[in-house]
Design a binder for this molecule. Structure first.
Ligand code: KG4
Ligand code: ZN
Length: 343
């Protein structure tokens, strides 16, 4: 089975062709092309939805052609066409899903509507057979959720952020330090340069609370206060390190408790880290250590598959098609908000 996937939910236009391996439920990427719009949005200090839509519509056709050419396949050799239909920016969702629907209609092949968050999580199973059920921490620019994943389409929300998503907090702190979007990779690099041991006493909200929720806006506000109150720019490395340590500690503390509880409740096979923030090497390392200590398998996608990409959309469609062989309706409406629990 070969699926062409399209991802246009935010500021990346991405197209990928993924082939399911014979016999096993694992996949190979035949080709992928991703165009980031970061430079186009830079001067506005964030993603401008209207501009993002225009960029998707002017680049998608070229990307599809290029990706097909690189795969060595013709359109008729593709078995299904998948697109992100939510959550995300409406304009981009309409452009990507309409393109996939049109390809499906003209080739008489199935159209598969994919939830972006489901793509982030399931792609972990593309190169390695990770068995259900597993616990998953999804950390991206728009979401921070701790989930029990029971099947490809069965997600139970265990905890989530009550305010900012973790990626958003990284982006805002980088902005406070004068850097542009996306801030996560910048904070990670700055933190690596920290030499002195300075403790800025950042708060760790909800760390001792009796649930699995997170809160990051207080950490960001405390960071802003430090920067506004006679902050020495030379200490930006140490401040970035304090921030990264602080949020990582919040994640590790909650996930450690969740692993203990869910290992007792039912057989949890693995712990998965997914989403854009999962590309952070420091956070990955801390989760490797946690899972070693808890004797649970740890799986995280390779870094390029953590940030938005169409491979995860094509792969999620392959998983869906293993269970339900039919097309989604061509009237399937894009859903800017689409919780995993309502799949
Ligand atoms: O999953 P993603 O590509 O897009 C969404 O679905 O939101 O995640 C983007 C987020 C951004 O907030 C970005 O700053 C963050 O992931 N991010 C990182 C790193 N790389 C990307 N955060 C921390 N460390 C990184 N290395
Ligand atoms: Zn994403």
């Amino acid at each position: 089975m070969i699926v062409l996937g399209i991802e246009t939910s935010c500021d990346e236009t991405s197209v990928a062709i993924v082939k399911k391996k014979n016999r096993f439920l694992l996949g190979d990427v035949l080709s992928e092309n991703t165009l980031s719009q970061v430079k186009k949005h830079k001067k506005f200090g964030g993603v401008v939805p209207e501009l993002a839509s225009r960029e998707h519509s002017s680049t998608l056709n070229l990307l599809v052609k290029k990706t097909l050419k690189e795969s060595g396949l013709s359109l008729n050799e593709i078995d299904a066409f998948a697109a992100t239909v939510g959550p995300g920016l409406l304009g981009g969702l309409i452009i990507g899903s309409n393109y996939a629907k049109t390809l499906a209609l003209t080739t008489k092949k199935p159209f598969i509507a994919i939830n972006h968050l489901q793509g982030h999580i399931l792609v972990t199973r593309m190169k390695r057979s990770v068995k259900f059920p597993f616990l998953c921490l999804l950390v991206s620019g728009g979401h921070t959720q701790l989930l029990l994943v029971r099947k490809y389409n069965d997600f139970k929300l265990i905890g989530e952020t009550l305010d900012d998503a973790l990626g958003e907090a990284f982006d805002k702190v980088a902005k406070l330090l004068g850097y542009s979007y996306p801030g996560g990779p910048i904070i990670e690099k700055l933190a690596l340069k920290a030499k002195k041991k300075i403790n800025f006493n950042l708060p760790e909200p909800l760390i001792n609370s009796n649930n699995f929720n997170f809160s990051f806006s207080g950490i960001k506000t405390a960071t802003r206060k430090i920067i506004n109150d006679s902050f020495d720019k030379k200490q930006e490395f140490e401040l970035a390190k304090n921030f990264q340590d602080c949020v990582t500690n919040c994640l590790i503390t909650k996930c450690s408790k969740a692993i203990d509880l869910y290992k007792k409740k039912q057989k949890i096979n693995s712990f998965i880290l997914a989403g854009g923030v999962a590309s952070n090497k420091f956070i990955r390392k801390k989760f490797v250590n946690l899972c070693d200590e808890k004797l649970i398998e740890f799986v995280v996608p390779e870094q390029g598959l953590c940030i938005d990409n169409a491979t995860m959309i094509a792969w999620a469609a392959i998983e869906r098609l293993q269970i339900i062989k039919k097309s989604d309706i061509l009237d399937f409406e894009p859903k800017p908000r689409w919780a995993l629990e309502s799949l």
